[in-house]
Design a protein. Structure first.
Lengths: 318, 265
C-alpha cells in the first residue's frame, strides 16, 4: 500500500504519517500540505516525500496525481483537509473545504492507479434535533439548513461530494465521520471552548458528548485505508460523558446560564479575545447531545476506540 | 393475583458504563439510586403502591413492558420504575416522547434516571444489549385524558410490536391503576407548544390525590413465536401483533379494575 496523505502538516496528519511509516505493509508515503518544507514532518527519504500543493487549483491536483503520486506508485489516498478557523468564510474557504475535495475525489475516481480513497469527515454533519435519536447511525439526517453557517454547510457538502462517488467510482471510497478530535491544532470547537477558565453551558441541560483522541483517530483511519470497505462509517471516541463532566475534567469552571444568553456572550468573547468557539455551531449538541454509533466501523474493519483523552491535570487513561 | 413481597433491590445490573460512570444515553446509577430512594419513600407513603404478578418480568435479557398511560403527568412511569427495581433489581428504561429532550432540567433528570427518547435506533440499541424497556403506546395522547375516557386506550402506536418482533423480546402487558383517578384533568391547552410539548394539561387539582395505586403485570407474550425477524418488516404482521398486545392489556385492565372494585384508597 502506497499512501498519499493531504493535510499532512496538521497534528492529525503528522500522527497518521508517523503511524504509516511504522506499518510494514505501507511502502511509500507521499505527504501533501500547504506549507513550505513540511514542518514537523520527516525529511524526504526512500519511503517518504513531502509536496507543497495548493489543492484548490485543478491543475495542481492533476499534476500531483499524475506526477509524484504516479511516480511513487500511490494507490491509496487519504483526504481530510478542512479550513479550521470557524470565523472565516467566503469563496476561498469554500474552495479549500469543498472544491478541493471535489477535484481530488473525482480525479482519484478516474485515476488508473488509485484504488482506494478515504475522506475524513466529521460528526458535525449530522443534524441534532430533539426528535432525533441520541445514538446517531450513518443513516441519520444531515444538516441541510440553508441558514446554517458556512463552516457547517461546507463540511456537509464535502462529505456528500465523496458519498456521491461511492459505488460508481472504480476506486473504493470510504467516508469516515469522526467524532470531534479533542486536541490542539485540530480546529476542535470543544478544545477552544475549554480554553476558557469559565465554560458556560445552557441552564437545565447537560447532554452527553463524545470526543475522539488522536491515537484512536489514527487507528480508525489507518484501519480504513487498509480495508477495501466502501461506504460511510462513524468513528466514535472512547470518551462518552456529560458536558459538565468534560468541563470538570478539563479543570474549568462550569457555569450554567440561560440558553438565550450563550450565543451573544460567546460572540462577545470572540470579538474581544479572538477565540474560535461559536455557540451557533454547537447549539444542538450543547442541548441535546448525540453520540455516534460505531457498530458499522467495528463490524467492517474492526475499529474500537481504546484511547481516552488525556485531560489536563489527570493521568491519561489507557 | 398475589402481592409480590417487595424486597430491596440488589445492584443495578445491566448498566453499560461508557467509562465515566454514565451510559451512552446518560444514565447515571448514583442519580438513579438517589431518585429511587427518595421517590420510593414519597411514593410508599403517598401512593402506597401494590403490585401483582411481577414474577412475569424476565430477570434478564431483552423485554418490553407495555403499559397504559394516564394522569396529568407521567407519574405512572415513576411508579413502574420503582416497582420493577424493587421486584427484580432490573433497571427499566422508560421510552420518552420526542419533545422531552427539549425540556430544561427534566431532560437531564430523565436521562440520568434511565429514560431514553423514543426512536427505533435508541430502543433497538437497548434491546440489543439485553435491557428492559417500558413503552406507553398511547403516547402523549394517553396523558390528560378526560375522566370519561379513563382506562380507554386511545391511539395505539405499533412501534413496540415491531421492536418485539425484530429483537425477539417478550412483551409484558402492565396495567397501572390509580393515576387516572388521583390526578384528573379538566382539559388541555392545545395551543401551548413551548419547548415542543404537544399540549399543556390542565389538572383539576394542583397535586395528585393520595390514592392507592395498583400495578398488575400480565403474562409475557412472545410475539415472535413462529415468526422470523423479517416479520418485523411486514406492516400487517406488526399491526396484528400490536393489536394482540392491546387486547391483552385491555383485558388486564378490566380484570384489575374488577379486582380493585371500589377500593381507591
Amino acid at each position: 500500500m502506497n499512501v498519499l496523505v493531504t493535510g499532512a502538516t496538521t497534528p492529525l496528519g503528522r500522527a497518521i504519517i508517523e503511524r504509516l511509516l511504522r506499518t510494514p505493509e505501507v511502502g511509500q508515503v507521499l505527504a501533501v500540505g500547504a506549507e513550505h518544507g513540511g514542518p514537523g514532518l520527516p525529511s524526504d527519504s526512500g519511503r517518504f516525500r513531502y509536496e507543497r500543493v495548493d489543492l484548490t487549483r485543478p491543475r495542481s491536483v492533476r499534476d500531483l496525481l499524475y506526477g509524484p503520486a504516479r511516480a511513487h506508485g500511490i494507490d491509496t489516498v487519504l483526504h481530510g483537509v478542512l479550513h479550521r478557523a470557524a470565523r472565516d468564510r467566503g469563496a476561498r474557504v469554500h474552495a479549500v473545504n469543498v472544491e478541493a475535495t471535489r477535484m481530488l475525489v473525482q480525479s482519484c475516481a478516474q485515476h488508473p492507479q488509485i484504488r482506494r480513497f478515504v475522506l475524513r469527515s466529521g460528526a458535525e454533519v449530522y443534524a441534532i434535533r430533539p426528535d432525533e435519536p441520541n445514538l446517531l447511525d450513518e443513516d441519520h439526517a444531515l444538516v441541510f439548513d440553508p441558514a446554517a453557517p458556512q463552516w457547517l454547510r461546507d463540511r456537509v457538502e464535502a462529505d456528500l461530494v465523496a458519498c456521491a462517488q461511492i459505488g460508481t467510482a472504480a476506486a473504493s471510497i470510504a467516508v469516515l465521520r469522526c467524532a470531534e478530535i479533542l486536541a490542539e491544532g485540530t480546529g476542535s470547537q470543544l478544545w477552544d471552548y475549554l480554553g476558557s477558565r469559565v465554560c458556560l453551558r445552557p441552564l437545565g441541560f447537560d447532554p452527553m458528548i463524545n470526543v475522539l483522541s488522536i491515537p484512536d483517530a489514527v487507528a480508525a483511519i489507518v484501519g480504513a485505508l487498509a480495508s477495501d470497505a466502501r461506504g460511510v462509517f462513524n468513528i466514535p471516541g472512547r470518551d462518552v460523558l456529560p458536558l459538565s463532566r468534560l468541563i470538570a475534567l478539563a479543570g474549568r469552571r462550569d457555569v450554567p446560564v440561560p440558553g438565550p444568553l450563550l450565543a451573544p456572550l460567546y460572540r462577545l468573547r470572540t470579538r474581544t479575545v479572538g477565540f474560535e468557539f461559536r455557540y451557533d455551531l454547537n447549539l444542538g449538541r450543547f442541548h441535546l447531545g448525540g453520540i455516534l454509533d460505531g457498530t458499522r466501523a467495528r463490524a467492517t474493519f474492526g475499529y474500537e476506540p481504546r484511547h481516552a483523552i488525556a485531560y489536563p491535570g489527570h493521568a491519561a487513561a489507557a | 393475583m398475589s402481592t409480590l413481597i417487595h424486597r430491596p433491590a440488589v445492584e443495578l445490573h445491566g448498566f453499560h458504563d461508557e467509562g465515566h460512570g454514565f451510559d451512552v444515553f446518560g444514565l447515571h446509577p448514583p442519580t438513579l439510586r438517589r431518585t429511587l430512594a427518595l421517590g420510593g419513600r414519597l411514593c410508599d407513603r403517598y401512593f402506597r403502591t401494590r403490585s401483582y404478578g411481577a414474577e412475569s418480568i424476565p430477570l434478564d435479557g431483552p423485554a418490553i413492558l407495555v403499559a397504559n398511560h394516564g394522569g396529568a403527568l407521567p407519574i405512572d412511569a415513576a411508579l413502574l420504575l420503582l416497582d420493577v427495581d424493587r421486584a427484580t433489581g432490573r433497571i427499566v428504561r422508560p421510552i420518552a416522547d420526542r419533545f422531552v429532550p427539549s425540556l430544561p432540567v427534566i431532560s437531564t433528570w430523565f436521562a440520568r434516571t434511565g429514560a431514553v427518547v423514543g426512536t427505533h435506533v435508541n430502543a433497538g440499541r437497548l434491546l440489543a444489549r439485553g435491557e428492559l424497556i417500558a413503552i406507553w403506546p398511547e403516547g402523549s395522547a394517553g396523558i390528560a385524558k378526560p375522566a370519561r375516557d379513563r382506562y380507554q386506550m386511545r391511539t395505539w402506536q405499533v412501534g413496540h410490536a415491531e421492536l418485539a418482533l425484530r429483537h425477539r423480546a417478550p412483551v409484558v402487558p402492565v396495567a397501572i391503576l390509580g393515576c387516572e383517578e388521583s390526578w384528573p384533568v379538566l382539559g388541555r391547552l392545545r395551543r401551548f407548544h413551548r419547548f415542543g410539548i404537544p399540549f399543556l394539561p390542565i389538572p383539576a387539582l394542583p397535586l395528585p390525590l393520595p390514592l392507592r395505586h395498583h400495578i398488575y403485570y400480565g403474562a409475557p407474550i412472545a410475539l415472535h413465536d413462529g415468526l422470523d425477524r423479517d416479520a418485523a418488516d411486514d406492516p400487517a404482521v406488526v399491526a396484528r401483533a400490536a393489536a394482540r398486545v392491546r387486547l391483552a392489556l385491555s383485558a388486564l385492565i378490566h380484570d384489575a379494575r374488577q379486582a380493585r372494585a371500589g377500593r381507591l384508597v
